[in-house]
Design a protein around this ligand. Structure first.
Ligand code: AR6
Length: 186
């Protein structure tokens, strides 16, 4: 059963026993079991959400990233969350849209799916995502939002173990686009 609640700055969709929420905010402040980082394949840190997570979480996260060594595009790895309120950080790597390989949609879908599967595998019941690939990697927002939401909805239809998926969007414009795409998918 899918149910729908509209509030001003927070949209919510119920899928079986799970909830998908769109909200505006800073992912480093989230209290979900895990937050997701939009990383690069060297796990080397950088700007955007990646920079914010390493700054707020402290050096422990980078130490674990160095041990892991890297993560191919479309895959996901997990580390501690250091000083953050979340327990873990799942680092996933979205595609660079401007490279134009034709595999962008598949790789973006895979980045979300591999992150969700990793959360399930580690028995984590709540997860917060940023809008992967839509900053430095240049993925068009509407298309990225549709892929993010469709992949999550399909996953939650088949997996009861993840109870909460939050999309933490950094600005009003991104939030509105996710809200529009969510409406279209219902
Ligand atoms: N909380 C939530 N969302 C945020 C935050 C935050 N604190 N900060 C930025 N965003 P980007 P990408 C949004 O560039 O496109 C890095 O250098 C931002 O507004 O962080 O996947 C990595 O090291 C945008 O909507 O990630 C990689 O090299 C979204 O997060 C590369 O950038 C994603 O923007 C990855 O690029």
């Amino acid at each position: 059963m899918i149910q729908n609640t509209f509030r001003e700055q927070r949209r919510k969709l119920t899928i079986n026993a799970s909830t998908l929420i769109l909200t505006i905010g800073d992912i480093t402040k989230q209290t979900t079991d895990t937050i997701v980082n939009a990383a690069n394949s060297r796990l080397a840190g950088g700007g955007g959400v990646d920079g914010a997570i390493h700054r707020a979480g402290g050096a422990e996260i980078m130490r674990e990233c160095r041990k892991i060594g890297g993560c191919p595009t479309g895959k996901a790895v997990i580390t501690t969350a250091g000083a953050l309120k979340a327990k873990y950080v799942i680092h996933t790597v979205g595609p660079r849209y401007y490279e134009g390989t034709g595999k962008e949609a598949e790789l973006l879908k895979s980045a979300y799916l591999e992150s969700l599967k990793l959360a399930s595998k580690k028995n984590l019941t709540s997860i917060a995502f940023p809008a992967i690939s839509t900053g430095a990697y240049g993925y068009p927002l509407h298309e990225a939002a549709r892929i993010a939401l469709q992949t999550t909805i399909d996953y939650l239809k088949g997996h009861q173990d993840v109870h909460l998926v939050k999309f933490v969007l950094y600005d009003q414009g991104t939030y509105e686009i996710f809200a529009e795409e969510l409406k279209k998918l219902q």
